[in-house]
Ligand binder design. Structure first.
Ligand SMILES: Nc1nc2c(c(=O)[nH]1)N[C@H]1C(S)=C(S)[C@@H](COP(=O)(O)OP(=O)(O)OC[C@H]3O[C@@H](n4cnc5c(=O)[nH]c(N)nc54)[C@H](O)[C@@H]3O)O[C@H]1N2
Ligand SMILES: Nc1nc2c(c(=O)[nH]1)N[C@H]1C(S)=C(S)[C@@H](COP(=O)(O)OP(=O)(O)OC[C@H]3O[C@@H](n4cnc5c(=O)[nH]c(N)nc54)[C@H](O)[C@@H]3O)O[C@H]1N2
Ligand SMILES: [Mo]
Length: 679
């Protein structure tokens, strides 16, 4: 029996440190690792379900090729690699390397992920995506306002007297954060949750504000109006550290409680009460989730919310500030700069970055000179996770040849001509960062991959040899073969930061720039050196207003009237990380399939009963699933979790359109209108 330090590499705030026990080559136990005080309770149920996930009979253990009849049959690695090499060579010869499309998303964290694109550069180039499905509107808003995505240590929120959980459902998506929230509450802090849905995060909330989806920007402007009018502003802080206060104050003059209440669909009294809390209870932490930035106005919404902190002087102090994303661990270059998500003004000449990930299907189809011929998907499941599923499927199906690297048969893998098996978190060593805490962690190889599974780096090496890459070219993009090669590759990247693998094996290590209290230095790396309520860069780069004025989201404007009057929210659940974990038995027991949540008024108006099957539809598509009537749902809004696929009838992006957010090239998933009827 051996015990190893490792960490969960899923795209999740918590990024838990763990100790795993291995007996006879199999993981038999997963325990908390005290070296990461942010996640000291240990892994969640999903984490514990790795015991099932890595040995699941559903796991793909060898290459599989689609037959003419549409089934998948096992092939050898030699057959698979020969076939891929031949397809790639044909595409490159006939259309040039940019006819190869490389798509990767957020399936796993790790420095070795960068080998993918590095390989395609050596191939001669490829076409790939820009933007991100997740958080870029908020990242860019934060950068424009504060200069950088810095945030205080996770436990600092325990010092807050007022916590505003704004569009974040931490009880499900960052459950380790709730421990520190509970500490604050136990010491008398006030918790406000702002979400159109009542979620478990509001179980101990003093106030739940349920705005009309996509109107949070207006709510923030209305709150700013009241704070300024009541004189609840920190004028010395504003004088020294804020740019644009005067024009901002002028803008919010028109955001009276009456107007704000009308736009947001929130009682006027609640807005007054919240403004009072913000004006009188300090320190205040605003913990912003990703919910309200998944709209076409999401970036400006985030800027408007951020303004409430400098107005009230809630920056750079313990228990105060903006909690959105901590990029302290992104020290290895390729993720450091949120600008990486944007199309480079000067493409590097080899890689064409021309497909918006929010518009994946439509943009793929639009590629000419050359058109896309061969696709390679790894760490992503675009057939369920990207907006506008029909366009995504059409684009994938129009390729001559599609390779998907995954550990199970996802909706995307079903579209592949060839599926390659992927490693699990226990089967290759890597180094991972996080975006809530500031710990760098090792994700350790603790067992041999099962079956014929090979890590991506080994697959690329074998493919590179077939494509005639020279030893120098292979060394340029990949580690040397085997575990020793991977470790040497990682050491070379850690060394410049004074780190090494042995150190990480002892336990999580704080990133060099980690801060206890962000912005305590009052250093804002914006063009003016101040917090920018007014941003010329926002205008120049994104063509939005210099002030975070409110504009309704494109589609939601028509809510209430018309044939599709309901907002469809498609949030995340504690039971999955997007499309991952849902198929496991242990998870199925808790969540057997998709459901649609609807408030009693909307259900009554449609004559619908709890538990019956309903059809959710708009002009883009329809889905059928059981209805769950919930007192916690705001009238006019319904919700179904994202992550389920076609087989479960829960592929929610059949109903969404690929619209980019106003800042950062994100995806406006929640700006989505539907109607619901009995199925
Ligand atoms: N268990 C679990 N944890 C996860 C993930 C997961 O899939 N499962 N995913 C990880 C990733 S990649 C991400 S991006 C994060 C996301 O973490 P969160 O931001 O917490 O999650 P979301 O579900 O996207 O959105 C949060 C809330 O926003 C609400 N919301 C929707 N529209 C609006 C609006 O207009 N205004 C307001 N105020 N609220 C709105 C939704 O109802 C939802 O409850 O979680 C990470 N952690
Ligand atoms: N409607 C709607 N859609 C959404 C969202 C929403 O709120 N609403 N949220 C969006 C957000 S925030 C995000 S982050 C995205 C997530 O979108 P994706 O990143 O595409 O989604 P995941 O389901 O996490 O998984 C990707 C795939 O990676 C595979 N994978 C895991 N580890 C590895 C590995 O080591 N190697 C390889 N090759 N594959 C691996 C998994 O098996 C899984 O099939 O979804 C977005 N989609
Ligand atoms: Mo995400």
């Amino acid at each position: 029996m051996t015990v190893h330090t490792t960490a969960c590499p899923r795209n999740c705030y918590s990024t838990c440190a763990m100790r795993v026990t291995v007996e006879h080559g199999q993981v038999t136990a997963m325990d908390p690792h005290e070296g990461n005080p942010a996640t000291s309770e240990g892994a969640c149920l999903k984490g514990l379900s790795y015991l099932e996930r890595v040995t699941s009979p559903e796991r793909i253990l060898h290459p599989m090729k689609r037959t003419a009849a549409g089934a998948f049959e096992r092939v050898t690695w030699d057959e698979a690699l020969d076939l891929i090499a031949q397809q790639l060579e044909t595409a490159r010869r006939q259309h040039g390397p940019r006819s190869v499309f490389y798509y990767s998303a957020s399936g796993t964290k790790g420095l070795l992920n960068s080998c993918g694109l590095a390989f395609w550069r050596q191939f001669g180039g490829c076409t790939t995506t820009y933007g991100d499905l997740c958080w870029p509107a908020g990242l860019e808003a934060t950068r424009l306002t504060f200069g950088d995505n810095r945030q205080s240590a996770p436990w600092d929120i325990a010092e807050a007297r007022l916590i505003v959980m704004w569009g974040k459902n931490a009880s499900e998506t960052n459950l380790h954060q709730m421990r520190f929230v509970h500490q604050a509450l136990d010491q008398g802090a006030v918790l406000v949750v702002i979400d159109p849905r009542r979620t478990p995060t509001s179980d101990r909330a003093h106030m739940l504000v349920q705005p009309r989806p996509g109107t949070d920007g207006a709510l923030a402007l209305g709150l700013a109006h009241l704070l300024i009018e009541a004189g609840h502003v920190d004028l010395p802080f504003i004088r020294d550290h804020v740019q644009g206060y005067e024009p901002f104050a002028k803008l919010v003059k028109s955001w009276t409680p009456v107007r704000t209440a009308k736009v947001c669909g929130v009682p006027e009294g609640q807005i007054l009460e919240l403004a009072d809390l913000m004006g009188q209870v300090a320190p205040m932490s605003i913990c912003a989730g990703f919910g309200m930035q998944r709209y076409t106005n999401g970036g400006q919404t985030m800027r408007a919310i951020q303004a409430l902190l400098p107005l009230t002087g809630n920056l750079g102090k313990p228990g105060a500030g903006w909690i959105y994303a901590n990029l302290a661990t992104q020290i290895f270059g390729h993720l450091k700069d949120p600008l990486d998500f944007y199309p480079p003004e000067q493409p590097d000449g080899v890689v064409r970055v021309s497909v918006s990930t929010a518009r994946l299907g439509v943009d793929m189809a639009a590629q000419q000179d050359p058109p896309l011929k061969v696709g390679w998907v790894e760490r992503g499941n675009p057939a369920t996770q990207n907006p506008d599923t029909p366009a995504v499927l059409a684009a994938l199906r129009s390729l001559d040849f599609l390779v998907v690297v995954d550990e199970r048969l996802t909706d995307t893998a079903r579209e592949a001509h060839l599926i390659l098996p992927s490693k699990s978190l226990f089967e290759q060593t890597d180094v991972i960062g996080a975006y809530w805490h500031a710990y760098l962690q090792i994700r350790q190889k603790v067992m041999e991959p099962p079956g014929e599974v090979r890590p991506e780096t080994e697959v690329y090496r074998a493919l590179g040899l077939r494509l005639g890459l020279t030893p120098d070219q292979l060394a340029e993009c990949l580690p040397e073969p085997g575990d020793a090669g991977v470790e040497a590759w990682l050491e070379a990247r850690l060394a410049p930061h004074g780190l090494n693998l042995e150190h990480l094996r002892q336990g999580p290590v704080l990133a060099p720039g980690a801060e206890e209290v962000a912005f305590a230095d009052h250093r804002f790396t914006t063009p003016s050196g101040k917090v920018e309520l007014l941003s010329d860069e926002a205008v120049a780069r994104w063509g939005v207003d210099a002030l975070p004025d409110y504009h309704p989201p494109v589609e939601s404007q028509a809510a209430g009237g018309g044939k599709h009057p309901l907002h469809l929210l498609t949030p995340n659940t504690k039971n999955s990380i997007h499309s991952q974990f849902l198929p496991l038995q242990v998870i199925r027991q808790l969540m057997p399939g998709p459901t649609l949540e609807m408030g009693p008024e909307d259900a009554h108006a449609r004559g619908l009963k709890d538990g019956e099957r309903v059809r959710i539809f708009n002009d883009r598509g329809s889905l059928v699933m059981p209805l769950r009537i919930s007192l916690g749902m705001r009238p006019g809004a319904v919700a179904a979790f994202n992550g389920f696929g076609a087989e479960d009838g829960g592929s929610v992006n059949l109903l969404s359109l690929g619209r980019e957010t106003d800042l950062g090239h994100g995806a406006g998933f929640h700006d989505n209108l539907v109607e619901v009827e009995r199925a």
